[in-house]
Ligand binder design. Structure first.
Ligand SMILES: [Zn+2]
Length: 175
């Protein structure tokens, strides 16, 4: 056995021929994360990686360093199917408890969303960035949540955006 020290620049992976399906992140990359301070899904910069996934991130809005969270708190639990048994083949999992009201609200939301994006072309949607200003009723495309329409301007830094599955408060820049 000989010591074969292959120097790689900053420990960068040599294998670049095989592109993994999942996007690989590295420290320094930008990523959408839940900001524990802003209480918003915002653009963050990865500070530290752990086991191939982002561990610590820097909020680009409030400059706070905190743990990486791929989604707002509670959202994961909400989407986890609580009803283990039931009819197979139902594409829409029924809400366990707040049945009809929630369902009606959801239908209404979906209808509004569909109406807003109906007949629109790709070019009508602007890529969502926290650094850009969005106006009332404007269409945007979020890297994680998909197509959305601005429901209202909360203030110069926040907008409420309706996505297909839910409405969310997002950050935006003052005009
Ligand atoms: Zn923040």
């Amino acid at each position: 056995m000989t010591d074969d020290l292959t120097l790689t620049p900053r420990g960068a992976p040599i294998r670049s021929t095989h592109v993994p399906e999942l996007r690989k992140y590295a420290a320094g990359d930008e990523i959408d994360s839940w900001c524990t301070k802003c209480k918003l899904m915002l653009n963050h910069r990865i500070v530290a990686m752990k086991g191939g996934v982002p561990a610590k991130v820097d909020c680009q809005t409030c400059k706070t360093t905190h743990m990486f969270r791929a989604r707002p708190p509670g959202e994961k639990a909400e989407k986890a199917p609580k009803v283990a048994t039931g009819m197979s083949g139902s594409s829409r999992a029924p809400r366990a408890t707040t049945a009809e009201k929630a369902l009606a609200a959801e239908r209404e939301r979906t209808r509004t969303w569909e109406k807003s994006i109906a007949g629109k072309s790709l070019s009508d949607f602007r890529s969502y960035r926290t650094t850009e200003h969005f106006g009332d009723g404007e269409l945007l495309r979020h890297s994680k949540f998909g197509d959305g329409v601005v429901l209202r301007i909360i203030d110069s830094n926040k907008i409420e955006v309706l996505f297909q599955d839910d409405s969310r408060i997002l950050a935006h820049a003052p005009a």
